[in-house]
Design a protein. Structure first.
Length: 588
Protein backbone atom coordinates (compact mmCIF):
# COMPACT_ATOMS: atom_id res chain seq x y z
CA UNK A 1 0.00 0.00 0.00
CA UNK A 2 3.03 2.37 -0.32
CA UNK A 3 1.52 3.92 -3.40
CA UNK A 4 -1.25 5.31 -1.20
CA UNK A 5 1.28 6.78 1.22
CA UNK A 6 3.27 8.45 -1.57
CA UNK A 7 0.16 10.21 -2.77
CA UNK A 8 -1.05 11.01 0.75
CA UNK A 9 -4.15 8.96 0.23
CA UNK A 10 -6.14 10.27 3.17
CA UNK A 11 -9.70 9.68 4.34
CA UNK A 12 -11.10 12.51 2.22
CA UNK A 13 -9.59 11.06 -0.95
CA UNK A 14 -10.92 7.62 -0.11
CA UNK A 15 -14.43 8.95 0.38
CA UNK A 16 -14.33 10.90 -2.88
CA UNK A 17 -13.25 7.80 -4.80
CA UNK A 18 -16.03 5.73 -3.26
CA UNK A 19 -18.67 8.34 -4.10
CA UNK A 20 -17.44 8.82 -7.68
CA UNK A 21 -17.25 5.07 -8.26
CA UNK A 22 -20.72 4.47 -6.79
CA UNK A 23 -22.11 7.12 -9.13
CA UNK A 24 -20.26 6.00 -12.26
CA UNK A 25 -21.09 2.31 -11.92
CA UNK A 26 -24.79 2.96 -11.44
CA UNK A 27 -25.46 6.13 -13.44
CA UNK A 28 -26.83 4.04 -16.32
CA UNK A 29 -29.82 3.12 -14.14
CA UNK A 30 -31.08 6.69 -14.63
CA UNK A 31 -32.09 5.74 -18.19
CA UNK A 32 -33.99 2.64 -17.12
CA UNK A 33 -37.75 2.38 -17.02
CA UNK A 34 -39.85 0.90 -14.24
CA UNK A 35 -39.51 -2.87 -14.03
CA UNK A 36 -40.81 -5.93 -12.26
CA UNK A 37 -42.65 -5.09 -9.01
CA UNK A 38 -42.24 -1.32 -9.42
CA UNK A 39 -45.80 -1.20 -10.74
CA UNK A 40 -47.16 -3.13 -7.76
CA UNK A 41 -45.42 -1.12 -5.07
CA UNK A 42 -45.33 2.28 -6.74
CA UNK A 43 -46.75 3.18 -10.15
CA UNK A 44 -50.05 1.24 -9.90
CA UNK A 45 -50.45 1.18 -6.13
CA UNK A 46 -53.84 2.71 -5.31
CA UNK A 47 -52.61 4.19 -2.01
CA UNK A 48 -49.27 5.52 -3.25
CA UNK A 49 -50.84 7.17 -6.31
CA UNK A 50 -53.02 9.27 -4.01
CA UNK A 51 -49.85 11.09 -2.97
CA UNK A 52 -49.79 12.41 0.57
CA UNK A 53 -53.55 11.81 0.81
CA UNK A 54 -52.87 8.07 0.73
CA UNK A 55 -50.64 8.12 3.82
CA UNK A 56 -53.45 7.32 6.33
CA UNK A 57 -54.34 4.16 4.39
CA UNK A 58 -50.65 3.25 4.03
CA UNK A 59 -50.21 3.48 7.80
CA UNK A 60 -53.17 1.23 8.55
CA UNK A 61 -52.95 -1.56 5.94
CA UNK A 62 -50.77 -4.34 4.58
CA UNK A 63 -48.12 -3.35 2.02
CA UNK A 64 -49.98 -5.27 -0.71
CA UNK A 65 -53.47 -4.00 0.12
CA UNK A 66 -53.34 -1.24 -2.46
CA UNK A 67 -52.07 -3.54 -5.22
CA UNK A 68 -53.64 -5.82 -7.78
CA UNK A 69 -51.90 -8.77 -6.10
CA UNK A 70 -53.64 -8.49 -2.77
CA UNK A 71 -52.35 -9.15 0.74
CA UNK A 72 -53.81 -12.65 0.98
CA UNK A 73 -51.50 -13.88 -1.77
CA UNK A 74 -48.51 -13.81 0.59
CA UNK A 75 -47.11 -16.28 3.10
CA UNK A 76 -46.47 -13.47 5.57
CA UNK A 77 -48.04 -10.02 6.04
CA UNK A 78 -45.96 -7.03 4.93
CA UNK A 79 -46.23 -3.94 7.11
CA UNK A 80 -43.77 -1.48 5.57
CA UNK A 81 -45.45 1.91 5.69
CA UNK A 82 -42.34 4.11 5.75
CA UNK A 83 -41.04 3.10 2.32
CA UNK A 84 -44.56 3.48 0.91
CA UNK A 85 -44.83 6.94 2.43
CA UNK A 86 -41.58 7.88 0.68
CA UNK A 87 -43.08 6.65 -2.60
CA UNK A 88 -46.29 8.57 -1.94
CA UNK A 89 -44.34 11.80 -1.35
CA UNK A 90 -42.34 11.19 -4.50
CA UNK A 91 -45.56 10.65 -6.46
CA UNK A 92 -47.05 13.83 -5.00
CA UNK A 93 -44.22 15.95 -6.41
CA UNK A 94 -42.99 14.05 -9.48
CA UNK A 95 -45.69 11.56 -10.48
CA UNK A 96 -44.36 8.43 -12.19
CA UNK A 97 -41.06 9.63 -13.58
CA UNK A 98 -38.61 6.71 -13.84
CA UNK A 99 -35.54 8.94 -14.08
CA UNK A 100 -36.47 10.68 -10.83
CA UNK A 101 -37.16 7.34 -9.13
CA UNK A 102 -33.83 5.88 -10.21
CA UNK A 103 -32.01 9.08 -9.26
CA UNK A 104 -33.42 8.85 -5.73
CA UNK A 105 -32.22 5.24 -5.46
CA UNK A 106 -28.77 6.22 -6.74
CA UNK A 107 -28.45 9.16 -4.33
CA UNK A 108 -29.56 6.95 -1.44
CA UNK A 109 -26.90 4.40 -2.35
CA UNK A 110 -24.20 7.09 -2.54
CA UNK A 111 -25.30 8.49 0.82
CA UNK A 112 -25.29 4.96 2.26
CA UNK A 113 -21.72 4.37 1.05
CA UNK A 114 -20.58 7.64 2.61
CA UNK A 115 -22.18 6.75 5.95
CA UNK A 116 -20.91 3.18 5.83
CA UNK A 117 -17.38 4.44 5.26
CA UNK A 118 -17.75 6.84 8.19
CA UNK A 119 -19.06 4.04 10.42
CA UNK A 120 -16.24 1.66 9.55
CA UNK A 121 -13.40 4.16 9.34
CA UNK A 122 -14.25 6.41 12.28
CA UNK A 123 -15.75 3.88 14.67
CA UNK A 124 -15.58 0.14 14.01
CA UNK A 125 -12.18 -0.26 12.36
CA UNK A 126 -10.26 2.29 14.41
CA UNK A 127 -7.88 -0.40 15.69
CA UNK A 128 -7.66 -2.24 12.36
CA UNK A 129 -5.59 -1.66 9.22
CA UNK A 130 -5.96 1.96 8.10
CA UNK A 131 -7.26 0.93 4.68
CA UNK A 132 -9.62 -1.81 5.84
CA UNK A 133 -12.66 0.49 5.82
CA UNK A 134 -11.84 1.79 2.35
CA UNK A 135 -11.23 -1.64 0.80
CA UNK A 136 -14.39 -3.02 2.44
CA UNK A 137 -16.51 -0.17 1.07
CA UNK A 138 -14.79 -0.40 -2.30
CA UNK A 139 -15.83 -4.04 -2.60
CA UNK A 140 -19.33 -3.18 -1.43
CA UNK A 141 -19.62 -0.51 -4.14
CA UNK A 142 -18.54 -2.73 -7.03
CA UNK A 143 -20.27 -5.97 -6.01
CA UNK A 144 -22.88 -6.92 -8.66
CA UNK A 145 -25.13 -8.56 -6.08
CA UNK A 146 -26.35 -5.07 -5.16
CA UNK A 147 -27.65 -4.21 -8.61
CA UNK A 148 -31.20 -5.35 -7.88
CA UNK A 149 -31.44 -3.05 -4.87
CA UNK A 150 -30.18 -0.05 -6.85
CA UNK A 151 -31.73 -0.70 -10.27
CA UNK A 152 -35.13 -1.94 -9.09
CA UNK A 153 -37.04 1.06 -7.71
CA UNK A 154 -39.20 -1.20 -5.56
CA UNK A 155 -36.11 -2.30 -3.59
CA UNK A 156 -35.61 1.19 -2.20
CA UNK A 157 -36.78 -0.20 1.11
CA UNK A 158 -33.51 -2.14 1.38
CA UNK A 159 -31.51 1.07 0.88
CA UNK A 160 -33.54 3.02 3.42
CA UNK A 161 -33.45 0.23 6.00
CA UNK A 162 -29.68 -0.17 5.83
CA UNK A 163 -29.19 3.60 5.93
CA UNK A 164 -31.32 3.93 9.05
CA UNK A 165 -29.56 1.02 10.75
CA UNK A 166 -26.13 2.53 10.04
CA UNK A 167 -27.26 5.85 11.55
CA UNK A 168 -28.76 3.99 14.50
CA UNK A 169 -25.54 2.02 15.07
CA UNK A 170 -23.46 5.20 15.05
CA UNK A 171 -25.79 6.65 17.70
CA UNK A 172 -25.50 3.55 19.87
CA UNK A 173 -21.72 3.65 19.64
CA UNK A 174 -21.73 7.30 20.69
CA UNK A 175 -24.09 6.51 23.52
CA UNK A 176 -21.85 3.65 24.69
CA UNK A 177 -18.86 6.02 24.76
CA UNK A 178 -20.41 9.30 25.90
CA UNK A 179 -23.52 8.14 27.83
CA UNK A 180 -25.70 10.93 26.40
CA UNK A 181 -29.33 9.87 26.39
CA UNK A 182 -30.04 11.86 23.21
CA UNK A 183 -27.83 9.47 21.24
CA UNK A 184 -29.77 6.49 22.60
CA UNK A 185 -33.16 8.02 21.83
CA UNK A 186 -32.19 9.05 18.31
CA UNK A 187 -30.74 5.60 17.69
CA UNK A 188 -33.94 3.93 18.88
CA UNK A 189 -36.02 6.25 16.68
CA UNK A 190 -33.98 5.34 13.59
CA UNK A 191 -34.28 1.67 14.47
CA UNK A 192 -38.06 1.93 14.83
CA UNK A 193 -38.38 3.66 11.44
CA UNK A 194 -36.14 0.95 9.94
CA UNK A 195 -38.59 -1.66 11.29
CA UNK A 196 -41.43 0.27 9.62
CA UNK A 197 -39.45 0.05 6.38
CA UNK A 198 -38.57 -3.67 6.42
CA UNK A 199 -39.15 -6.38 8.99
CA UNK A 200 -35.62 -7.71 8.48
CA UNK A 201 -34.32 -4.78 10.55
CA UNK A 202 -35.17 -6.90 13.61
CA UNK A 203 -31.78 -8.61 13.28
CA UNK A 204 -30.19 -5.32 14.32
CA UNK A 205 -31.00 -6.36 17.90
CA UNK A 206 -28.20 -8.91 17.56
CA UNK A 207 -25.78 -6.71 15.61
CA UNK A 208 -25.40 -3.92 18.18
CA UNK A 209 -24.01 -6.15 20.98
CA UNK A 210 -21.72 -7.88 18.47
CA UNK A 211 -20.23 -4.55 17.37
CA UNK A 212 -19.79 -3.31 20.94
CA UNK A 213 -18.18 -6.58 22.05
CA UNK A 214 -15.80 -7.03 19.12
CA UNK A 215 -14.67 -3.44 18.56
CA UNK A 216 -15.26 -1.44 21.75
CA UNK A 217 -13.93 -3.74 24.47
CA UNK A 218 -17.29 -4.19 26.13
CA UNK A 219 -17.83 -7.45 27.98
CA UNK A 220 -20.31 -9.82 26.43
CA UNK A 221 -22.84 -9.21 29.22
CA UNK A 222 -22.52 -5.42 29.01
CA UNK A 223 -22.89 -5.62 25.26
CA UNK A 224 -26.10 -7.60 25.61
CA UNK A 225 -27.53 -4.91 27.90
CA UNK A 226 -27.62 -2.57 24.91
CA UNK A 227 -30.04 -4.97 23.24
CA UNK A 228 -32.68 -4.40 25.93
CA UNK A 229 -33.97 -1.03 24.62
CA UNK A 230 -33.82 -2.42 21.07
CA UNK A 231 -35.84 -5.46 22.17
CA UNK A 232 -38.44 -3.21 23.80
CA UNK A 233 -38.82 -1.19 20.60
CA UNK A 234 -39.09 -4.45 18.63
CA UNK A 235 -41.89 -5.71 20.90
CA UNK A 236 -43.77 -2.42 20.45
CA UNK A 237 -43.32 -2.68 16.68
CA UNK A 238 -44.54 -6.30 16.60
CA UNK A 239 -47.60 -5.35 18.66
CA UNK A 240 -48.37 -2.53 16.23
CA UNK A 241 -47.76 -4.78 13.24
CA UNK A 242 -49.95 -7.56 14.58
CA UNK A 243 -52.80 -5.18 15.36
CA UNK A 244 -52.80 -3.94 11.76
CA UNK A 245 -51.90 -6.91 9.53
CA UNK A 246 -51.80 -9.99 11.77
CA UNK A 247 -49.04 -12.58 11.66
CA UNK A 248 -49.56 -15.16 8.93
CA UNK A 249 -51.68 -15.99 5.91
CA UNK A 250 -52.57 -19.43 4.62
CA UNK A 251 -51.58 -20.03 1.00
CA UNK A 252 -51.90 -22.96 -1.38
CA UNK A 253 -49.88 -21.59 -4.30
CA UNK A 254 -46.37 -22.95 -4.71
CA UNK A 255 -45.35 -19.75 -6.49
CA UNK A 256 -45.82 -17.91 -3.20
CA UNK A 257 -44.95 -20.77 -0.86
CA UNK A 258 -42.01 -22.47 -2.64
CA UNK A 259 -41.66 -25.23 -0.03
CA UNK A 260 -45.34 -26.14 -0.17
CA UNK A 261 -44.76 -29.54 -1.78
CA UNK A 262 -41.70 -30.44 0.29
CA UNK A 263 -41.75 -32.68 3.33
CA UNK A 264 -40.50 -31.05 6.55
CA UNK A 265 -37.09 -32.70 6.18
CA UNK A 266 -36.88 -31.78 2.49
CA UNK A 267 -37.77 -28.19 3.27
CA UNK A 268 -35.10 -27.98 5.97
CA UNK A 269 -32.43 -29.61 3.81
CA UNK A 270 -33.21 -27.32 0.87
CA UNK A 271 -33.12 -24.21 3.05
CA UNK A 272 -29.68 -25.19 4.35
CA UNK A 273 -28.49 -25.64 0.77
CA UNK A 274 -29.89 -22.20 -0.12
CA UNK A 275 -27.77 -20.65 2.64
CA UNK A 276 -24.69 -21.95 0.87
CA UNK A 277 -26.02 -20.72 -2.45
CA UNK A 278 -26.20 -17.25 -0.91
CA UNK A 279 -22.53 -17.51 -0.01
CA UNK A 280 -21.81 -18.79 -3.51
CA UNK A 281 -23.48 -15.74 -5.07
CA UNK A 282 -21.26 -13.47 -2.98
CA UNK A 283 -18.15 -15.25 -4.21
CA UNK A 284 -19.28 -15.63 -7.82
CA UNK A 285 -22.28 -13.48 -8.81
CA UNK A 286 -22.56 -15.10 -12.24
CA UNK A 287 -25.23 -15.40 -13.50
CA UNK A 288 -27.76 -13.24 -11.66
CA UNK A 289 -31.54 -13.40 -11.78
CA UNK A 290 -34.56 -11.59 -10.39
CA UNK A 291 -36.24 -14.93 -9.67
CA UNK A 292 -35.03 -18.16 -8.05
CA UNK A 293 -38.52 -19.53 -7.42
CA UNK A 294 -40.08 -22.96 -7.29
CA UNK A 295 -38.02 -25.67 -9.03
CA UNK A 296 -35.02 -23.48 -9.88
CA UNK A 297 -33.57 -24.88 -6.67
CA UNK A 298 -35.05 -28.40 -6.52
CA UNK A 299 -35.90 -30.00 -3.19
CA UNK A 300 -33.17 -32.16 -1.69
CA UNK A 301 -33.33 -34.82 0.99
CA UNK A 302 -31.68 -34.68 4.36
CA UNK A 303 -29.43 -37.65 3.45
CA UNK A 304 -28.26 -36.10 0.15
CA UNK A 305 -24.65 -35.12 -0.54
CA UNK A 306 -25.50 -31.41 -1.15
CA UNK A 307 -27.17 -31.18 2.27
CA UNK A 308 -24.34 -32.98 4.06
CA UNK A 309 -21.67 -30.78 2.45
CA UNK A 310 -23.68 -27.60 3.06
CA UNK A 311 -24.20 -28.53 6.70
CA UNK A 312 -20.51 -29.28 7.19
CA UNK A 313 -19.53 -25.90 5.74
CA UNK A 314 -22.02 -24.01 7.91
CA UNK A 315 -20.96 -25.92 11.03
CA UNK A 316 -17.29 -25.23 10.24
CA UNK A 317 -17.91 -21.52 9.84
CA UNK A 318 -19.93 -21.31 13.05
CA UNK A 319 -17.38 -23.39 14.95
CA UNK A 320 -14.60 -21.03 13.86
CA UNK A 321 -16.69 -18.01 14.86
CA UNK A 322 -17.37 -19.42 18.33
CA UNK A 323 -13.80 -20.71 18.79
CA UNK A 324 -12.27 -17.29 18.07
CA UNK A 325 -15.05 -15.33 19.77
CA UNK A 326 -13.01 -14.47 22.88
CA UNK A 327 -10.14 -13.23 20.71
CA UNK A 328 -12.49 -10.68 19.16
CA UNK A 329 -11.35 -11.90 15.77
CA UNK A 330 -12.57 -9.91 12.73
CA UNK A 331 -13.39 -13.08 10.80
CA UNK A 332 -15.43 -14.33 13.74
CA UNK A 333 -17.41 -11.07 13.74
CA UNK A 334 -17.94 -11.25 9.97
CA UNK A 335 -19.28 -14.81 10.15
CA UNK A 336 -21.64 -13.94 12.99
CA UNK A 337 -22.74 -10.73 11.25
CA UNK A 338 -23.58 -12.70 8.08
CA UNK A 339 -25.65 -15.37 9.82
CA UNK A 340 -27.45 -12.87 12.06
CA UNK A 341 -28.41 -10.52 9.23
CA UNK A 342 -29.55 -13.32 6.92
CA UNK A 343 -31.34 -15.31 9.62
CA UNK A 344 -34.75 -13.71 9.10
CA UNK A 345 -34.77 -13.98 5.29
CA UNK A 346 -33.28 -17.44 4.68
CA UNK A 347 -36.62 -19.23 5.37
CA UNK A 348 -35.24 -21.31 8.22
CA UNK A 349 -36.94 -19.26 10.96
CA UNK A 350 -39.93 -18.15 8.89
CA UNK A 351 -41.04 -18.73 5.30
CA UNK A 352 -40.87 -15.46 3.40
CA UNK A 353 -42.43 -16.45 0.07
CA UNK A 354 -39.26 -16.80 -1.99
CA UNK A 355 -36.48 -19.38 -1.59
CA UNK A 356 -33.69 -16.99 -2.57
CA UNK A 357 -33.42 -13.36 -3.64
CA UNK A 358 -30.36 -11.27 -4.43
CA UNK A 359 -31.71 -8.15 -2.73
CA UNK A 360 -31.79 -10.04 0.57
CA UNK A 361 -27.98 -10.15 0.48
CA UNK A 362 -27.69 -6.38 0.62
CA UNK A 363 -26.86 -6.21 4.34
CA UNK A 364 -25.27 -9.67 4.75
CA UNK A 365 -22.88 -8.97 1.84
CA UNK A 366 -21.00 -6.51 4.05
CA UNK A 367 -19.55 -9.52 5.90
CA UNK A 368 -18.15 -10.91 2.65
CA UNK A 369 -16.60 -7.54 1.79
CA UNK A 370 -14.97 -7.36 5.24
CA UNK A 371 -13.50 -10.85 4.91
CA UNK A 372 -12.12 -10.28 1.41
CA UNK A 373 -10.68 -6.89 2.42
CA UNK A 374 -9.05 -8.42 5.49
CA UNK A 375 -7.55 -11.32 3.53
CA UNK A 376 -6.33 -9.00 0.77
CA UNK A 377 -4.56 -6.64 3.18
CA UNK A 378 -2.95 -9.54 5.02
CA UNK A 379 -1.79 -11.23 1.83
CA UNK A 380 -0.59 -7.91 0.42
CA UNK A 381 2.06 -7.76 3.13
CA UNK A 382 3.73 -10.91 1.74
CA UNK A 383 2.86 -10.95 -1.97
CA UNK A 384 2.10 -7.38 -2.95
CA UNK A 385 2.21 -7.65 -6.74
CA UNK A 386 0.25 -10.88 -6.99
CA UNK A 387 -2.46 -9.81 -4.55
CA UNK A 388 -2.75 -6.37 -6.18
CA UNK A 389 -3.12 -8.01 -9.59
CA UNK A 390 -5.83 -10.38 -8.37
CA UNK A 391 -7.62 -7.61 -6.51
CA UNK A 392 -7.61 -5.29 -9.53
CA UNK A 393 -9.00 -8.09 -11.71
CA UNK A 394 -11.80 -8.65 -9.19
CA UNK A 395 -12.61 -4.93 -9.14
CA UNK A 396 -12.68 -4.73 -12.94
CA UNK A 397 -14.78 -7.88 -13.41
CA UNK A 398 -17.26 -6.91 -10.68
CA UNK A 399 -17.51 -3.34 -11.98
CA UNK A 400 -18.21 -4.47 -15.55
CA UNK A 401 -20.79 -6.95 -14.32
CA UNK A 402 -22.49 -4.22 -12.27
CA UNK A 403 -22.74 -1.89 -15.27
CA UNK A 404 -24.02 -4.64 -17.57
CA UNK A 405 -26.47 -5.95 -14.99
CA UNK A 406 -27.89 -2.47 -14.43
CA UNK A 407 -28.56 -2.29 -18.16
CA UNK A 408 -30.41 -5.61 -18.00
CA UNK A 409 -32.81 -3.97 -15.56
CA UNK A 410 -33.85 -1.58 -18.36
CA UNK A 411 -37.49 -2.71 -18.27
CA UNK A 412 -39.68 -5.78 -17.87
CA UNK A 413 -38.89 -7.17 -21.29
CA UNK A 414 -35.15 -6.83 -20.81
CA UNK A 415 -34.99 -8.43 -17.38
CA UNK A 416 -37.44 -11.21 -18.25
CA UNK A 417 -35.78 -12.27 -21.49
CA UNK A 418 -32.32 -12.14 -19.93
CA UNK A 419 -33.07 -14.03 -16.74
CA UNK A 420 -35.09 -16.85 -18.26
CA UNK A 421 -31.73 -18.05 -19.55
CA UNK A 422 -30.12 -17.61 -16.13
CA UNK A 423 -32.82 -19.51 -14.26
CA UNK A 424 -34.45 -21.77 -16.88
CA UNK A 425 -35.91 -24.18 -14.32
CA UNK A 426 -37.94 -21.55 -12.49
CA UNK A 427 -41.64 -21.78 -13.24
CA UNK A 428 -42.13 -18.05 -12.70
CA UNK A 429 -39.45 -16.95 -15.18
CA UNK A 430 -40.94 -19.18 -17.88
CA UNK A 431 -44.45 -17.95 -17.10
CA UNK A 432 -43.52 -14.29 -17.26
CA UNK A 433 -41.64 -14.68 -20.55
CA UNK A 434 -44.58 -16.56 -22.07
CA UNK A 435 -46.95 -13.79 -21.01
CA UNK A 436 -44.54 -11.15 -22.26
CA UNK A 437 -44.44 -12.70 -25.73
CA UNK A 438 -48.22 -12.86 -25.78
CA UNK A 439 -48.33 -9.21 -24.78
CA UNK A 440 -45.91 -8.26 -27.56
CA UNK A 441 -48.27 -9.68 -30.18
CA UNK A 442 -51.00 -7.19 -29.27
CA UNK A 443 -49.19 -4.35 -31.01
CA UNK A 444 -47.31 -6.33 -33.64
CA UNK A 445 -48.69 -6.01 -37.19
CA UNK A 446 -46.08 -8.09 -39.00
CA UNK A 447 -47.64 -11.54 -39.41
CA UNK A 448 -44.31 -13.39 -39.39
CA UNK A 449 -43.19 -11.69 -36.20
CA UNK A 450 -46.52 -12.50 -34.60
CA UNK A 451 -45.96 -16.14 -35.48
CA UNK A 452 -42.52 -16.09 -33.87
CA UNK A 453 -43.84 -14.43 -30.72
CA UNK A 454 -46.65 -16.95 -30.37
CA UNK A 455 -44.27 -19.86 -30.94
CA UNK A 456 -41.92 -18.54 -28.26
CA UNK A 457 -44.82 -18.10 -25.88
CA UNK A 458 -45.85 -21.69 -26.57
CA UNK A 459 -42.32 -22.88 -25.79
CA UNK A 460 -42.04 -21.05 -22.47
CA UNK A 461 -45.57 -21.77 -21.30
CA UNK A 462 -44.95 -25.45 -22.14
CA UNK A 463 -41.75 -25.30 -20.08
CA UNK A 464 -43.73 -23.86 -17.18
CA UNK A 465 -46.30 -26.64 -17.49
CA UNK A 466 -43.56 -29.26 -17.44
CA UNK A 467 -42.51 -27.85 -14.08
CA UNK A 468 -46.07 -27.59 -12.73
CA UNK A 469 -48.60 -29.31 -14.95
CA UNK A 470 -51.74 -27.83 -13.39
CA UNK A 471 -50.72 -24.19 -13.35
CA UNK A 472 -53.77 -22.21 -14.59
CA UNK A 473 -51.82 -19.19 -15.83
CA UNK A 474 -49.48 -21.29 -17.96
CA UNK A 475 -52.43 -23.22 -19.36
CA UNK A 476 -54.11 -19.95 -20.26
CA UNK A 477 -50.92 -18.62 -21.90
CA UNK A 478 -50.51 -21.82 -23.87
CA UNK A 479 -54.09 -21.81 -25.16
CA UNK A 480 -53.96 -18.11 -25.96
CA UNK A 481 -50.71 -18.61 -27.86
CA UNK A 482 -52.03 -21.51 -29.91
CA UNK A 483 -55.24 -19.65 -30.63
CA UNK A 484 -53.30 -16.56 -31.69
CA UNK A 485 -50.94 -18.65 -33.78
CA UNK A 486 -53.89 -20.29 -35.55
CA UNK A 487 -55.15 -16.82 -36.50
CA UNK A 488 -51.79 -16.12 -38.18
CA UNK A 489 -52.38 -18.86 -40.78
CA UNK A 490 -54.63 -18.58 -43.83
CA UNK A 491 -56.18 -21.97 -43.08
CA UNK A 492 -56.17 -24.58 -40.37
CA UNK A 493 -54.35 -27.13 -42.52
CA UNK A 494 -51.33 -24.82 -42.81
CA UNK A 495 -51.39 -24.39 -39.05
CA UNK A 496 -51.43 -28.17 -38.57
CA UNK A 497 -48.55 -28.70 -41.00
CA UNK A 498 -46.39 -26.16 -39.19
CA UNK A 499 -47.23 -27.31 -35.65
CA UNK A 500 -47.73 -31.06 -36.07
CA UNK A 501 -44.82 -31.97 -33.79
CA UNK A 502 -46.19 -29.77 -30.98
CA UNK A 503 -49.75 -31.01 -31.30
CA UNK A 504 -49.22 -34.75 -31.73
CA UNK A 505 -48.98 -35.40 -27.97
CA UNK A 506 -52.01 -36.20 -25.77
CA UNK A 507 -51.79 -32.66 -24.38
CA UNK A 508 -51.61 -31.32 -27.93
CA UNK A 509 -54.81 -33.15 -28.89
CA UNK A 510 -56.59 -31.56 -25.95
CA UNK A 511 -55.42 -28.17 -27.19
CA UNK A 512 -56.69 -28.98 -30.70
CA UNK A 513 -60.12 -29.79 -29.30
CA UNK A 514 -60.22 -26.55 -27.33
CA UNK A 515 -59.15 -24.55 -30.38
CA UNK A 516 -61.75 -26.29 -32.53
CA UNK A 517 -64.42 -25.36 -29.96
CA UNK A 518 -63.31 -21.74 -30.18
CA UNK A 519 -63.61 -21.82 -33.98
CA UNK A 520 -67.03 -23.44 -33.65
CA UNK A 521 -68.14 -20.57 -31.40
CA UNK A 522 -66.76 -18.10 -33.91
CA UNK A 523 -68.86 -19.77 -36.61
CA UNK A 524 -71.97 -19.43 -34.46
CA UNK A 525 -71.21 -15.75 -34.01
CA UNK A 526 -70.93 -15.25 -37.77
CA UNK A 527 -74.31 -16.94 -38.28
CA UNK A 528 -75.91 -14.51 -35.83
CA UNK A 529 -74.39 -11.68 -37.87
CA UNK A 530 -75.70 -13.21 -41.09
CA UNK A 531 -72.15 -13.69 -42.39
CA UNK A 532 -72.48 -17.16 -43.93
CA UNK A 533 -69.14 -17.11 -45.80
CA UNK A 534 -67.12 -16.51 -42.65
CA UNK A 535 -69.23 -19.02 -40.75
CA UNK A 536 -68.41 -21.71 -43.35
CA UNK A 537 -64.69 -20.85 -43.04
CA UNK A 538 -64.80 -21.07 -39.23
CA UNK A 539 -66.66 -24.39 -39.20
CA UNK A 540 -64.30 -25.81 -41.85
CA UNK A 541 -61.26 -24.81 -39.80
CA UNK A 542 -62.89 -26.24 -36.70
CA UNK A 543 -63.32 -29.59 -38.44
CA UNK A 544 -59.75 -29.61 -39.72
CA UNK A 545 -58.65 -29.51 -36.09
CA UNK A 546 -61.31 -31.90 -34.81
CA UNK A 547 -63.02 -34.11 -37.39
CA UNK A 548 -65.36 -35.59 -34.75
CA UNK A 549 -67.12 -32.31 -33.89
CA UNK A 550 -70.69 -33.37 -34.79
CA UNK A 551 -72.34 -30.02 -34.16
CA UNK A 552 -69.83 -28.31 -36.45
CA UNK A 553 -70.65 -30.78 -39.26
CA UNK A 554 -74.34 -30.11 -38.73
CA UNK A 555 -73.96 -26.31 -38.77
CA UNK A 556 -71.62 -26.44 -41.75
CA UNK A 557 -74.23 -28.42 -43.70
CA UNK A 558 -76.85 -25.90 -42.65
CA UNK A 559 -74.71 -23.01 -43.91
CA UNK A 560 -74.27 -24.67 -47.31
CA UNK A 561 -77.98 -25.52 -47.44
CA UNK A 562 -78.89 -21.87 -46.74
CA UNK A 563 -76.96 -20.74 -49.82
CA UNK A 564 -78.49 -23.60 -51.88
CA UNK A 565 -75.20 -25.55 -52.12
CA UNK A 566 -76.92 -28.89 -51.59
CA UNK A 567 -73.92 -30.94 -52.72
CA UNK A 568 -71.65 -29.67 -49.91
CA UNK A 569 -74.57 -29.63 -47.50
CA UNK A 570 -75.27 -33.31 -48.10
CA UNK A 571 -71.55 -34.17 -47.90
CA UNK A 572 -71.33 -32.45 -44.49
CA UNK A 573 -74.40 -34.22 -43.17
CA UNK A 574 -73.14 -37.51 -44.53
CA UNK A 575 -69.98 -37.10 -42.44
CA UNK A 576 -72.21 -36.28 -39.48
CA UNK A 577 -74.22 -39.48 -39.95
CA UNK A 578 -71.02 -41.52 -39.99
CA UNK A 579 -70.18 -40.15 -36.55
CA UNK A 580 -73.71 -40.28 -35.14
CA UNK A 581 -76.28 -42.24 -37.18
CA UNK A 582 -79.05 -41.19 -34.77
CA UNK A 583 -78.42 -37.46 -35.17
CA UNK A 584 -81.64 -35.77 -36.35
CA UNK A 585 -81.01 -33.34 -39.24
CA UNK A 586 -83.45 -30.50 -39.59
CA UNK A 587 -83.16 -28.93 -43.05
CA UNK A 588 -85.44 -25.97 -42.33
Amino acid sequence: MKIFENFKFNTKHQLIILIILAFCLNVNTLFNEYALDDSIIFTNNSFVTKGVHGIPEILTTDLMKGTSVGAKELTQPRYRPFSQIIFAIEYQFFGTNPMVSHLINLLLFIFLIALLFKLLNSFIFQQQHKYLAFITCLLFVVHPIHTEVIANVKSRDELITFLLLIISLIQFIKYAELKKITFLLFGLLCFFIALLTRESAITFVGIVPLVLYFFFNKTFIKSLVFSIPLAIVTILYLALRFSIVGFKYTVTDVLIAPFLYASPTQAFATKVLILIKYIGLLISPFPLSWEYGYNQIPYIDINSIPFILSSLLIITLLFYAVYTFKKRDLLSFSIMYFFVTISLVCNILVDIGTPLSERLLFQPSLAFCMVVAFIYLKANEKAKYLTNFIFIIILIVFSLKTILRNAEWKNDESIYFTDVNSTPNSIRTNMTVASEYNFKTNTETNIELRKEYFKKSIFYSSQALKIKSNNPRSQMDLLYSYHGLLNCYPAADFFLQDNLSNLSTPEGKIILNILSDELYKNGNGFIEQGNIANAIESYSNCLKLNKTHTQAWYNLGGCYYSIKDTINANRSWAELKKLDPNFIINKK
